[in-house]
Design a protein around this ligand. Structure first.
Ligand SMILES: *Cc1c(COP(=O)(O)O)cnc(C)c1O
Length: 433
């Protein structure tokens, strides 16, 4: 009996060999970073803050950027290409006429899509002679990904981890340490900015903005160290386009094309990586695909103001034009910690401002989001990261709308990571024993 195709996996030689840089194709020029009116120039300091090659990529107007051969090998080692699934069982369970497809970024060695840029940044850092990388992490996924990338590249790695999350994810902490990273709860007593907050309150919950400031300061004070950022910036989204470029090829093999592209959005790296190759088709080839970013009501940055703001709490970065809630904002706790960031990447912010990007924000208690993720788990079998649960929830809600209207929409959603190290979060919200 002929069955509908359930998944498409590309052979290794079909993996994209170039990243897509959307900068030359945006509807208007991306507003450049700016310096604040007072204080020293953050823009002049950029070469000390970022890896040289990444800085070059950040402002490049080349549409396609070759992935170095050694990096292609590292992508293979990390298990790329990753499958695109047709969610046949979920469709059946929902009784929807929609055709649903999801990308399996959860097949990542550390649990998330973040390895796609972590191995690139670690690779370039080693090429440029650095011995250590520093960074912040929120949910812990980025810290783990960079610890992994650094270990493959033979670099040391120092992670500043938002304390509220550090405290409940002991297993992820141990994993980072097994990769050889040094992990600090942030605010820590290792940096000036950390100490100023830590001394007032040693139990300070911390925030991504504060942890970024600590990572930056640590790297600035050590010539052999360089800071790495896991989201928001143009070059990070570009590295992540490997997700969407693979997905496009896979859709061709399925003989289908998405009407709706969905993912969760914190700073924008998985959403951007997944969606941007399809945004290209809308901007350049007249496709009518719609895009929805799923967020939390504690950090609905796409509903903030579109203006220049700092990327970090201590104002060490240049000002970026983005949708922001303000870089000093305090956000309530959620289990999908990776979505707690005050600003959205400048590229996606511009697309939002031009009307290409819709958004939905889910309540802080996360009950509905996790209940919908459970339907995905029970029908498709994969345990999503709490952040990815937002992407799934949004896709399911859109599929249920199709059930009402009878529309046979094609819905593509990204499952950015797995949740095996996040069970305490699920247990708490879902009231499991
Ligand atoms: C970090 C993270 C996110 C959110 O960050 P983006 O940069 O917006 O992608 C989403 N999902 C997972 C699994 C993450 O680790």
């Amino acid at each position: 009996m002929p069955k509908e195709k359930r998944q498409v996996t590309l052979p290794p030689e079909e993996m994209p060999k170039r990243w897509y840089n959307i900068l030359p194709d945006l509807p208007e020029q991306l507003p450049p970073p700016q310096d604040p009116e007072t204080g020293e120039s953050r823009i002049k300091a950029l070469p000390e803050l970022l890896i040289g090659e990444c800085l070059k990529q950040e402002f490049s107007t080349e549409r396609w950027i070759d992935i170095p051969e050694d990096l292609i090998d590292l992508y293979m080692q990390a298990g790329r290409p990753r499958p695109l699934f047709r969610a046949l069982s979920l469709e059946k369970r929902l009784g929807t006429p929609a055709r649903m497809y999801y990308k399996g970024e959860f097949f990542s060695p550390t649990g998330s899509h973040k390895v796609n840029t972590a191995i690139a940044q670690s690779f370039y850092a080693r090429e440029e002679g650095y011995e250590r990388v520093t960074t912040e992490t929120g949910a812990g996924q980025w810290g783990t990904a960079l610890a992994y990338g650094a270990s493959l590249a033979g670099l040391k790695c120092t992670v500043f981890w938002v304390r509220a999350v550090y405290n409940w994810k002991a297993d992820r902490r141990s994993l980072m340490e097994m990769y050889g990273a040094e992990v600090n709860a942030s605010p820590s007593d290792k940096t000036d900015v950390g100490r100023s907050l830590f001394e007032k309150n040693p139990n300070h919950n911390g925030s991504l903005g504060i942890a970024i400031s600590e990572g930056l300061e640590d790297a600035k004070k050590d010539k052999r160290a360089i800071y790495c950022l896991g989201s928001v910036l143009n070059h990070v989204l570009m590295h992540q386009t490997i997700i969407g470029l693979e997905t496009k090829k896979q859709f061709e093999i399925f003989g289908d094309y998405p009407d709706l592209v969905i993912s969760c959005l914190g700073g924008g790296s998985n959403f951007g990586g997944f969606a941007i190759p399809f945004v290209h088709d809308v901007l350049k080839e007249g496709k009518k695909t719609k895009f929805i970013a799923a967020q939390s009501q504690v950090s609905p940055n796409l509903q903030g103001e579109y203006r220049y703001d700092f990327a970090d709490y201590a104002e060490q970065t240049p000002l970026l034009k983005m949708y922001t809630l303000g870089h000093k904002i305090e956000m309530g706790p959620i289990k999908g910690d990776g979505l707690r960031y005050h600003g959205c990447s400048p590229i996606l912010s511009l697309l939002r401002n031009k009307g290409y990007l819709d958004t939905i924000a889910y309540p802080q208690d996360e009950k509905k989001v996790f209940d919908l993720a459970k339907i995905f788990l029970q029908s498709e079998g994969y345990l999503p990261a709490p952040e990815s649960a937002y992407s799934i929830a949004c896709a399911i809600e859109e599929a249920l709308k199709c059930k009402k209207t009878g529309e046979e929409k094609v819905i593509a959603f990204n499952v950015s990571g797995h949740g095996f190290l996040d069970m305490p979060g699920y247990r708490e919200v879902l009231g499991l024993a």
